[in-house]
Design a protein around this ligand. Structure first.
Ligand code: SAM
Length: 379
């Protein structure tokens, strides 16, 4: 057994033992080993929050180990605009974390012979797994970036499996191959493109990462009905996918000039609304979907930090000093964003602190909304 085969077997055993890799998908993981899809040049985090390249030829053993770690691997930054010698800022393509790939495939409930559309080809690994199980002639995958799409086509051919790779905007789906039994997105959305509903047969499933500017970590699984609508529950809240290109959220920088802000204080710790509890963070995001937020650590060696929230011209910050219970709040602009966040958090407490899995999403041709427990109870 080669080193790569041994590492793949270890990964498969680990995911199987954890209950994430099912009998349905184990043969695909065995036949389509991950390292065959990982590019020779990958990107890794630097200490100061950027990304720099790692080359397979510089340390083949480390590259192989990375390929079989249960971690995502960044394969493109800044839409390909940053040279290999530069420092990347924004992750724009990656090969997903194996345990998340396995869980999503299980959620998708694919049977051999089903027609499947994947949005976000990336390296082609997930498309290869789908094609191995559903049949290569039944799988279509769409990638918006032509360089990435071309590489995936080549990698898939080398791996001996040839699903259809379309270069284009996955938000449009791929009508020539419709209707699909399953659509899976591997990039996150805030709004479900209605083309996905139109191109799924009644009874078919759409699985996609879903988020808000405030919180991006959920997966929703929708069933399409014969009336052209789709609805279903959120089924996970532990994933973190990059956005579909047209649905990226801004990442505002904190202002350098704090003059003019209204000052107050709060005893609600920002961790409660955005860190400690994934369900709380998800729920606050539902009430304030357009509010972006960031934590910024103090650079003085203490555990002090500032929580920032931004929306349009408005911003708010909460300055948290180690060991204190009352925190200074600054709010600026037409909205009082921290007060809105506190109110959203109070709402979530008042309705019984529901889990993310109690919420669902309804998609109609002209509107989509999140509901709690039942579609007739919109949030
Ligand atoms: C997390 S990666 C996908 C991982 C991939 N499934 C794999 O197995 O390697 C997300 C991909 O979605 C692509 N993407 C982003 N927006 C897209 C869009 N509108 N249409 C199609 N692909 C898109 C990105 O370029 C990126 O390659």
């Amino acid at each position: 057994m080669s080193e790569a085969e041994a590492l793949n077997q270890q990964l498969i055993d680990k995911l199987t033992d954890a209950g994430m890799l099912t009998d349905r998908w184990r043969p695909a993981f065995l036949a389509m080993p991950r390292h065959r899809f990982v590019p020779d040049l990958i990107w890794a985090d630097t200490d100061d929050g950027g990304l720099t390249t790692r080359r397979r030829e510089d340390d083949p053993a480390a590259w192989l180990e990375t390929a079989y770690a249960d971690e995502p691997i960044v394969t493109q930054v800044d839409d390909g605009a940053t040279p290999d010698t530069g420092r990347g800022r924004l992750v724009t393509s990656s090969i997903s974390k194996p345990s998340i790939v396995a869980r999503m495939l299980a959620y998708l409930q694919v049977e051999p012979g089903m027609r499947v559309l994947e949005i976000g080809t990336g390296t082609g690994w997930n498309a290869a797994l789908l094609a191995h199980t559903a049949g290569e002639q039944n799988v279509t995958t769409i990638e918006v970036d032509p360089v990435i799409a071309d590489r995936a086509r080549k990698t898939l051919a080398e791996a001996g499996i040839t699903p259809t790779v379309v270069t284009g905007d996955g938000a449009d789906g791929h009508a020539p191959g419709a209707p699909y039994d399953r659509i899976i997105a591997t990039a996150a959305v805030q709004h479900i493109p209605y083309a996905w509903v139109e191109q799924t047969r009644p009874g078919g499933l759409i699985l996609t990462p879903w988020g808000t500017a405030y919180d991006n970590g959920a997966l929703v699984r929708l069933t399409v009905d014969e009336y052209g609508t789709a609805h279903g529950l959120f089924i996970d809240n532990t994933v973190a996918f990059m956005w579909l290109r047209a649905q990226r959220t801004p990442r505002p920088q904190p202002p350098t000039d704090l003059t003019g802000a209204a000052e107050s204080s709060t005893t609600l710790h920002p961790d409660a609304v955005a860190w400690d509890d994934l369900d709380a963070s998800f729920a606050v995001g539902l009430r304030l979907p357009e509010v972006a937020r960031r934590f910024i650590d103090a650079d003085d060696g203490t555990d002090d930090f500032t929580f920032w929230a931004f929306a349009g011209q408005s911003w708010a910050c909460v300055q948290v000093a180690e060991g204190t219970t009352a925190h200074r709040v600054l709010q600026y602009g037409p909205r009082r964003l921290w007060e809105e966040i506190e109110a959203a958090y109070r709402w979530w407490k008042k309705v019984g602190q529901p889990s993310t899995l109690q919420f669902g999403l309804a998609v109609h041709p002209d509107r989509q909304y999140v509901y709690l427990d039942s579609p007739d109870n919109p949030v």
